[in-house]
Design a protein around this ligand. Structure first.
Ligand SMILES: CC(C)(COP(=O)(O)OP(=O)(O)OC[C@H]1O[C@@H](n2cnc3c(N)ncnc32)[C@H](O)[C@@H]1OP(=O)(O)O)[C@@H](O)C(=O)NCCC(=O)NCCS
Length: 148
């Protein structure tokens, strides 16, 4: 069974980037994996987790907490490791980390076409909420200060 632990940049960076490119594609600059990792590490919030299967990266979970809401991002399980409960373990791990910070509500966003992942989250107690989800993209993907 995979060990769930905090992301380790030296050990995990290349495998995480490869997994995210496989699972998410990433065509937009604001989702560039290397910069997303660098920016998350600059947040120093210890809310980035991996599933480590004896050195092989089997999945990721990223969470965020701003003092009001918690968010889940980048829940990804390697295609070879799906439907064994790993995605559920990753979400619960992130949920527990958020709850320990005092978080009382978790939100997440999915593409409306991603019905399989919606089914996954529903199995974990998440519901579709009647909200208008809005976003704004800054077109320059600026490195955090001090990161090349
Ligand atoms: C969604 C994802 C994380 C699920 O990981 P997983 O390890 O296969 O999930 P689990 O084994 O814990 O599944 C738990 C339950 O979720 C539901 N579920 C999972 N995948 C499903 C699918 N493709 N279709 C329908 N239901 C699904 C099932 O009820 C499943 O229970 P079961 O296997 O007993 O039927 C994985 O398929 C994935 O990485 N998908 C692409 C990434 C993605 O879109 N991430 C979300 C963006 S934040």
């Amino acid at each position: 069974m995979s060990n769930l632990r905090e992301y380790n940049d030296a050990a995990d960076r290349q495998q995480v980037i490869a997994l995210w490119r496989t699972v998410f594609g990433y065509e937009t600059a604001h989702n560039d994996p290397a910069l997303a990792i660098a920016k998350k590490l600059r947040a120093h919030d210890h809310l980035f987790f991996v599933a480590d299967d004896q050195g092989r990266l089997a999945g990721t979970a990223m969470a965020g907490y701003d003092g009001h809401r918690g968010w889940l991002y980048a829940i990804a399980v390697h295609p070879d490791c799906r439907r064994t409960g790993l995605g559920s373990r990753l979400v619960r791990h992130a949920e527990q980390a958020l709850a320990s910070l005092g978080c009382m509500k978790i939100n997440l966003q999915l593409l409306a076409s991603n019905e399989a992942t919606a089914a996954f989250y529903k199995s974990l107690g998440y519901t579709v909420e009647p909200r208008i989800s809005m976003g704004k993209v800054f077109h320059e993907n600026v490195s955090p200060h001090g990161v090349a």
